[in-house]
Design a protein around this ligand. Sequence first.
Ligand code: ADP
Ligand code: MG
Length: 352
Amino acid sequence: MTNNRHEISDLGEFGLIARIREKFVNTNTSSVFGIGDDAAVIDTGDHYTLIASDMLVEGIHFDLTYTPIQHLGYKSVAVNVSDIAAMNGRCEQITVNIAISNRFSVEAIDALYEGIKAACENYKVDLVGGDTTSSTSGLIVSVTAVGRVAKDKIAYRHGAKENDIICVTGDLGGAFTGLQVLEREKQVFLANPEMQPSLEKYDYIVGRQLKPDARTEIIYDLEEFGVIPTSMIDVSDGLASELLHLSTASKVGVRIYEDKVPIDQLTFETAVEFKLDPITCALNGGEDYELLFTIRKEDQEKLKRHPEVHMIGYVHTRRDENVMISKQGTVVPLTAQGWNHFRPSGSTTANG
Ligand code: ADP
Ligand code: MG
């Protein structure tokens, strides 16, 4: 026994990544940007090549009691395409690594690859390789995505500047509330297997959880409208966490407005049904795979009428002041863990 052991849970995921990052320096001039953004950036001549990798682990990231395995295949590609999009890039190839236990049949793996194929067709991406191995328990799917971006169009997490406008696409909190519905139906089913889940009413948010889509069309729209984001990240861990990533990387502060944060009606109603605060679901729920980016004030007009782009706040220079102005006008610090995590459940909703 040694008392030199430190728990990973004390460091957290981001602390652990920072610790790994400290140990390495890039030696090749082609390695333009390594650890610390949505994708690595490699200089490959007239453009940058982007590489992103994301792993989905059974029991951690998905539960096959309510996840159709073809949806899992689709999602494993979508989340990687999303990371390439978050650099203002387009994904062109993926490789797929799978570890499978003998619990899975050939038909199950066929279904997994049906989903992977559907995503490849949708995003116009080629599956060009991978690795197959066994696992003692459960399924692991790890996808690596390769994409490209013109050198003068790349969007890092670190480019946000004072007075830039903060934009987010689509709507937030849906994937998290969808997960609450799926977990509840699972418990109902476990208690009484005769009961059939009633999910129709929740179609949109359950779909947001099980079959997320990368916002690749936004990358095309930005190009068409002549806008290069000054910084960008995709929303995998929740709006608050991603805003803090942009703020830290860009050495700026952010200020957003609760009433500008896009929350779909069904998401709102379902959050209330579960005695959750809708804005907390949007800030801390995660897995929405929307794009969060900043633009120069001069570009605001160009995107103003885009139905999927919402301007939620602005960038300022006070690095430690990352806040949301609530609907009541109070200043709420943004934290990655949830700004009102410990509020007694059911005490209030975002609208009081
Ligand atoms: P995202 O949520 O966009 O997928 P992550 O938070 O997973 O990003 O990763 C942040 C950064 O850390 C990325 O640049 C990623 O490549 C890097 N990273 C994550 N895990 C490791 C690891 N085990 N070794 C090296 N780099 C890592
Ligand atoms: Mg990302």
